[in-house]
Design a protein around this ligand. Sequence first.
Ligand code: TEU
Length: 543
Amino acid sequence: KSNPDWWRGAVIYQVYPRSFQDTKGDGFGDLKGVTQRLPYIASLGVDAIWLSPFFTSPMADMGYDVSNYCDVDPMFGTLADFDAMLKNAHQLGIKVIIDQVISHTSDQHPWFKESRSDRTNPKSDWYVWADPKPDGTAPNNWMSIFGGPGWEWDGVRKQYYMHNFLGSQPDLNFHNPDVQEALLETVRFWLKRGVDGFRLDTVNFYFHDKELRDNPPLVYDPDAIGLDAPDVNPYGMQNHLYDKTQPENIGFLQRFRALLEEFDDRASVGEVGDGARSLKTVAAYTGGGDKLHMCYTFDLLGPDFTATHIRRCVTAFQDAVTDGWVCWAFSNHDVTRHISRFAQTVEERERIAKLAISVLAALRGSICLYQGEELALPEAELEFADLRDPYGIRFWPAFKGRDGCRTPMVWEKDADFAGFSEAKPWLPVPAEHRPLAVDQQEEAGSVLDHYRQTLAFRKAHAPLLDGSMIFLETNQDILAFTREKGGEKLLFVFNLHRGPQTVPLPKGVKIADLVPMPGFAPQIEDGEIVLEAMDVFCGRISL
Ligand code: TEU
């Protein structure tokens, strides 16, 4: 039966197919591998999977450089494998969200090959081409996120083309309506095949300043949420003069949404990675119910796991984005795994893993989990020779790139390559990951078990899905809020501090009964909530 609101409050599990399960024995994961592991995914109790790109690609950016939007790369299998995976997922009650990387294509895409062939072909304006300055240098000072100038010289057209990421990821010209049409056709292709939704890669990069104005000098604001310090990534800030919300994008997103509405129960989540300034964009892209369903922000992907930071991100979001919807995450395939970001010692990793998913599960919004976080996998320490990510290869050792979170899933502690593959995988299986393999965590009390129970807890309490969320004034180390819906009001108090805390019950609040979140035992003594280090209280408030 139809449920157009299924995405609201949903738990989405991100699968990085290259590293999930290999069935061909070539060291790369594939779609058949995803199908094989669907029962495991179902056992977690998630609503949907988000599949990172599996489309035809030269793999310069591990598939985020697409050369055919409507086919499967042989590395991952065939369209028939995709259909089988989708059917199996649906039988298990799992929705499938695919990753549309349409801000740019690969330079091997036939559109780009045509576009670069001369200045008059029918696709000559499909990418962002510009003449050099009189002295032959690039049209302006724009930088690429992956390092170096954002312009690449083309000897045939004798012009520069723009790219926000690799030189082999030319930026599509969204100002051209034919480009928009062609992209929407690829979206329709997958809608017809039955996918439940789309993650839109770099949705706030679709448009560019038509006047190609220089960016202002880079100003680093250490207080802005989620911005990389320039010494970590000197190219991280693309501070274009052009309005960050990209006003023309609204029209495109409305057309995209109208297309989704031709089908039942489809959803979209846009990736808006732009630090504090992203809130305005998220509001513009998700408000009004006629554009994106939700946006994914980078706010919780940084090093900061403190009550102050989380409260600040969530309240800033709630103030800016009134009728929109957000998708929170602590980890993905682009950032250091959160166990390694948040834990100060190896000993506290397990506790941090359990605490973090408990916090995430209680937030208002949808949530994304990244494969392996349910095992508390730490970031893999790799040698330079192991690196495959061009971003890391370029900035090593200042930035070690994104391979450390992309190593293979560990299924069986003692199997060859931990059960991921029969051949040497494209990235090594870290020895440190083996004891954390799925087959070691089937017993009660493990992090994996904790994830399953916590996600079940979220499902069992309606206020957690889309109920209101109101923060309470407490001391700095405490994250306290209520979640309320339909006559049920829950009080959550998280102690993110590494020492015990007591918190007086807020004035006028009476706890009717304790509602323990899995793995935590709430205590009240003499009107005070008593919390151990890194502890969770949950109680039902008498109304
Ligand atoms: O990432 C967008 C993005 O902004 C990243 O550059 C991010 O800032 C960086 O990876 C953080 O370390 C998306 C995809 O998630 C990423 O994998 C792709 O490489 C990128 O787009 C280009 O398609």
